[in-house]
Design a protein around this ligand. Structure first.
Ligand code: ATP
Ligand code: MG
Length: 392
């Protein structure tokens, strides 16, 4: 069956009252961006609180569904046919032909669900349901009516035109990107931070990212891995401006001056400070990390409290209460898992201590940091070293 139109279903947007159009327009914009990436000419229209995608040229069905299934804000995609109102006979015959083509095996239960947005249609919804249902039963005796739990729900929407569809493919949910500001994702090569970025972006947040690179302790391959991960997240979030910070000198300085069991905590505190500066410079309203309580020593509540203290922006940690397996499940869904498990070193693992503190003492950390006599100058140099990569 060849479809020319797709009905886009969205949920939460519908509750935004007077601002509803802002969300709808943002959703339409994101749909257009996603369809630009595939072959074909498409038009995205809004009509009475409904968004439609219309194909104006040949296109590949699977590609369209794939593209739309990455657009946050969409909860369902219904390929549909649209006819103009040429009387009930025409409508009835169109539904029969639609079912004939759509389902080669007619052994299923169904229900007709007519809805009139236009009340001047000469038949009431119940009458349409009954008449179309009867016509279908006459034409295809294998079909059976089940009004409570039908396998196929045939929807007929009487609007200016008439929409007919019976299939809704799932969208990713969430809110359209661009409706909730921008945040700075601290992106490492691990499993957790790309998932964290995906989750925050799903709520409509645009992303920038920061990666702390420590050449030659971390290789070019490790950096490429982070770029590859950013690409995967960008499929959903849209383009990401990735800041690659050369962190080597800072790390060596900390390694040199501070007790090694405190390295990870102090390093994280400096990372947060640098990420905050980059965030503020680019209009980001918060940081996003992949931390999860108790996963490692720096992610106990005590450690997180000490790390958090340096940052003046809110730090969002969407996977904070997730078990590793739950994070892995999402990583697999968004196709980052295979990249994340590639064995390239992370700057934090290179300088990690054998027995890191799990309950850092705030005053002790402060005392250790007081020994970092060159830290300001090195942080300045790290900020000056930033390489900006636009990842699409
Ligand atoms: P991930 O799987 O995301 O690497 P992790 O469980 O390995 O996380 P840590 O290495 O302790 O945890 O890092 C915690 C968080 O700090 C990461 O999720 C990420 O947001 C941030 N982070 C860690 N290392 C880096 C880095 N090199 N560059 C940017 N952010 C980092
Ligand atoms: Mg990591």
């Amino acid at each position: 069956m060849e479809f020319k139109e797709f009905l886009i279903k969205y949920a939460e947007i519908g509750t935004k009252g007077k601002n509803r159009f802002i969300f709808e327009d943002a959703l339409m914009k994101q749909i257009r961006i996603s369809l630009k990436k595939i072959d074909g000419k498409f038009e995205v229209n809004k009509e009475n609180g409904r968004i439609y995608v219309e194909a104006l040229s040949e296109y590949d069905y699977d590609e369209v569904i794939e593209a739309l299934s990455h657009v946050f804000g969409i909860v369902g995609i219904s390929p549909m046919i649209r006819i103009s109102d040429n009387g009930f006979e025409d409508l009835k015959n169109t539904v029969i032909e639609y079912i004939r083509e759509m389902y080669s095996d007619k052994n299923f239960t169904f229900k007709v669900n007519a809805r009139r947005a236009r009340k001047n249609y000469p038949m009431e919804s119940m009458e349409i349901n009954a008449a179309v249902g009867e016509a279908l039963l006459n034409e295809f005796p294998e079909m059976k009516v089940d009004v409570h739990n039908p396998e196929v729900l045939i929807t007929i929407e009487i609007r200016k035109n008439i929409n007919i569809y019976s299939m809704t493919l799932p969208g990713p949910g969430g809110m359209p990107v661009g409706t909730a500001g921008k945040a700075m994702l601290m992106l490492s090569g691990g499993i957790d931070s790309p998932v964290a970025g995906y989750m925050i972006s799903k709520r409509g947040v645009m992303l920038n990212a920061t990666y702390f690179h420590a050449p030659p302790y971390t290789s070019e391959r490790a950096k490429q891995k982070v770029i590859d991960l950013a690409k995967k997240v960008a499929v959903y979030s849209g383009p990401i401006e990735l800041n690659v910070v050369n962190f080597t000198e800072v790390q060596l300085h900390i390694y040199d001056k501070c007790p090694h069991e405190e390295l990870t905590i102090i390093m994280k505190r400096v990372m947060y400070q640098i990420a905050e500066k980059l965030a503020r410079e680019s209009g980001c309203l918060g940081l996003v990390t992949g931390e999860s309580i108790a996963q490692v020593s720096s992610q106990t509540l005590q450690s997180l409290a000490v790390i958090d203290e340096v940052c003046g922006l809110p730090v969002y940690r969407p996977v904070i209460a997730f078990d590793k397996q739950d994070i892995v499940d999402i990583a697999e869904k968004i196709d980052t898992y295979e990249i994340s498990i590639q064995p390239y070193e992370d700057c934090c693992t290179t300088f990690v201590a054998k027995h890191p503190v799990t309950k850092p003492n705030f005053n002790a950390i402060k005392r250790s940091e007081a020994k970092l006599d060159r830290i300001e100058e090195l942080v300045e140099a790290a900020l000056a070293s930033v390489e900006k990569i636009i990842v699409e």
